[in-house]
Ligand binder design. Structure first.
Ligand SMILES: Cc1cc2nc3c(=O)[nH]c(=O)nc-3n(C[C@H](O)[C@H](O)[C@H](O)COP(=O)(O)OP(=O)(O)OC[C@H]3O[C@@H](n4cnc5c(N)ncnc54)[C@H](O)[C@@H]3O)c2cc1C
Length: 402
């Protein structure tokens, strides 16, 4: 593997989720030789449920020339109806005839588009490489040691290994740990009875006992729910609970909700995805020596604002620009952190605030929420969200002196 590699330019990318292939593509454009190392044994097109790719994230894909398949396969987001548990409309966000704010897309699909593009551009993706240790040799070299006993050395290492990042725990052992939001996310894909086409309207319901959202593609209804769950469960622990138990628990949670909620849950074939929601509200340091963190590894956000994947894509582009403009990695990493920190922290907080409204389940809380939410939505409608969706990164523009 190390044959004709220029070690001065070799970038070790740890993790092939969303951020990993994206940063590898931009680094290649900036003149580096990226190698991606992924812990999973092979690529899996069906891993994960779905998420929103907002217009700010879509712009990054456009820069890479791979936005087309996502727009074709995804479901355009224009408007969102918010209902209470009895089906009464509490408010509408966006406009059904207004601009597209992004696309709802299966995570597996976006993942495949990014991976395929990396492979097409000759970027190696090496599977079954779980990072175990890092030797941050100097500011000019770093070595990654993997659980299979192999090692790789490069000029820099980028931690794209998600919310429970091993890279973060090695290089920044005192960094704040991910914080549990008290919510569990679950969901699935329910087949549609008749081909009514895609719907550009998302429906969100503050159900009687849990939150529920759905949107329709040509063939399926994508749905998710959020329920309160105490403790700090890990994804692994939750996956050990038998699917039959999850199914009966989730069916019961939603059996008294308005149609089509119970029917969507019941008609879902196969396994439900189940994920505890954590976020990382503040991370004071994002880099150490020749190592830097991006995406969920440094600023995981809860999914309520629909920005996790978009932020990871933005990071990828900004980091590569900084490294292009400043050959001294620590300085490039410092400008990357400076350019990104305020924006991502604001979004993580914003998403948490939205998620907090999903907690209400007792009748008094529900009464006040249903009373206040229409007012909140009215005022939110008046507020400009351009800071969120209109963020643009110009590849040509230098980051020096910014
Ligand atoms: C399997 C999976 C399913 C998901 N499903 C959803 C979903 O349905 N909805 C949603 O909103 N978000 C989902 N997410 C999270 C979402 O992808 C991220 O929030 C966001 O896109 C940011 O991406 P990321 O690349 O920073 O992190 P991630 O997408 O989490 O990618 C991290 C990658 O690093 C790899 N990795 C972890 N540890 C190591 C290690 N020690 N060595 C090497 N590689 C390592 C992981 O296997 C993974 O491929 C999912 C994440 C994963 C991993």
């Amino acid at each position: 593997m190390n044959g004709a590699v220029n070690h001065e330019k070799k970038a070790l990318v740890i993790g092939c989720g969303i951020a990993g292939p994206a940063v590898a593509l931009f680094l290649k454009r900036a003149g580096f030789e990226p190698f991606i190392y992924e812990a999973d044994k092979k690529s899996d097109e069906y891993e994960g449920l779905f998420f929103n790719l907002a217009s700010n994230g879509l712009r990054v894909l456009q820069e890479l020339g791979i936005d087309g398949p996502v727009m074709e396969e995804g479901i355009a987001m224009r408007a969102m109806h918010m209902l209470n548990g009895k089906g009464r409309v509490l408010g509408v966000i966006g406009d059904e005839s207004g601009p597209v704010r992004g696309y709802t897309v299966k995570r597996g699909f976006l993942h495949k588009v990014l991976r395929d593009e990396a492979l097409r551009q000759g970027i190696p993706i090496v599977y079954d490489k779980r990072l175990k240790e890092i030797e941050n040799n100097s500011v000019y070299a770093v070595t990654a040691h993997f659980e299979d006993g192999t090692s790789e050395t490069g000029k820099l290492l980028i931690g794209c290994d998600g919310i429970h990042s091993k890279v973060r725990s090695i290089v920044l052992p005192d960094a704040p740990k991910p914080s549990y939001t008290g919510l569990l996310s679950y969901g699935g894909f329910s087949p549609k009875k008749s081909g009514t086409g895609k719907s550009e309207l998302q429906t969100m319901i503050f159900g009687r006992r849990a939150f529920f959202g759905y949107v329709e593609s040509d063939k399926e209804t994508f749905w998710f729910g959020n329920m309160n769950l105490s403790g700090s469960p890990t994804r692994k622990e939750l996956q050990q609970i038998p699917q039959s138990e999850w199914r009966s628990r989730i069916e019961q949670l939603h059996e008294q909700d308005v149609e089509p909620v119970p029917q969507l849950v019941q008609s879902t074939p196969g396994a439900f995805g189940v994920y505890p929601i954590y976020d990382i509200p503040k991370q004071p340091v994002w880099h150490q020596g020749s190592v830097v963190l991006i995406g969920d590894a440094v600023h995981a956000t809860s999914p309520s604002a629909g920005q996790g994947a978009s932020l990871a894509l933005e990071d990828a582009m900004v980091l590569a620009k900084c490294l292009r403009d400043n050959p001294h990695s620590p300085q490039a990493f410092a400008s990357f952190q400076q350019l990104r920190k305020e924006r991502v922290e604001r979004i993580v907080q914003y998403s948490r605030r939205i998620g907090q409204r999903k907690h209400a389940t007792n009748p008094v809380q529900v009464f006040f929420r249903d009373l206040m939410l229409p007012l909140f939505l009215k005022s939110a409608k008046k507020q400009s969200h351009t800071w969120l969706y209109d963020y643009r990164i110009d590849w040509e523009k230098s980051t020096r002196g910014m």
